[in-house]
Design a protein around this ligand. Sequence first.
Ligand code: GN1
Ligand code: MG
Length: 352
Amino acid sequence: MQQAIYHFQIMSQPVNCRNFGHGQINYTFLITTDNGKQYILQRINTHVFKKPIQLMENVIAVTEHIRQKVDNPNQALHFIPALDGKYYYRDERRRFWRCYEFVGGFCLEAPESDADFYESAVAFGRFQEQLSDFPAETLFETIPNFHNTPDRYRKLRIAMDEDACDRLQFVQKEIDFIMEREEEAGTIQRKLESGELPLRVTHNDTKLNNVLLDIKSRKALCVLDLDTVMPGSSLFDFGDSIRFGAATAPEDVQELSRMALNLHLFDVYTKGYLDGCHSLTKQEIELLPLGAKTITLELAVRFLTDYLESDHYFKTMYPDHNLVRTRAQLKLVADMEQKWYQMQKIVKKYVE
Ligand code: GN1
Ligand code: MG
């Protein structure tokens, strides 16, 4: 049993605790208590999230905002206060924990049907819609410059210069591919800065496995993992879902020939996202394919940076894991380029 659970107001006796989910950043446990209730207990990775108290203020504010807009209480997360009333517990080793009710449901690593993927799109679209009137300026930037692509390139260059573990020699091809696309990769950030694209409250980690689906109906209940909710671009929220869910292989597939973009799923997601969210501008909709391509390239840059910096950010299962992930993402970018015309055509169907 994780002792931290005894510091939350759960009003029952914990009887079981197991690891839960596939997050690459936080540590997540599912706790069952003697009255059959279940809770998610999470230890926040403070190496990644350096200001956990502000992070929890964001999460609670956003959750409360959403709670006021849903008919079914299970469509919003319900955080449990610690014994002192705060929404986190700091243990004797200064580690931060939080706890929320687990209402059942499940998350998918890959869509099992079009309907599953459509549901996740509606969930993230709705999330965008529900927060369209949330005062973005009151949110903390939990990870500054999280999806600032030019800044990710800057950090990659620093890692290349330092070449801390002598790995640069293995990745010249990948670096060339990334650098050839640098100009285009900065487009969305530049348009955000010039005001051409609106700054919105965004989720910033919109993978399929962050959507909770109802076991019986398989309808979306709510979105999880609100740690990176910050002001940002809807294009990246859309794009990250495509990168992860409309790909034909897992994000760390070794056999590169398996990795491609599934255009049909791209269409399904686009429809679902726009069904859930009616507030995107015409330009945002037109730029959705660029959102998908940019976020995929950006994640490749992040994986490669971590590889060069000796894998201190993402959890890795084997020595070259971050390099494998980099290559898989770059293969996906290359495939999107092949399918660029079709991606544009799909999106055009939804612009009036
Ligand atoms: C991380 O923890 P997880 O798997 O939800 C990362 C995302 C990446 C993703 C790649 C805070 O998310 O940005 O897209 O791994 N989250 C953070 O799988 O860096
Ligand atoms: Mg997650």
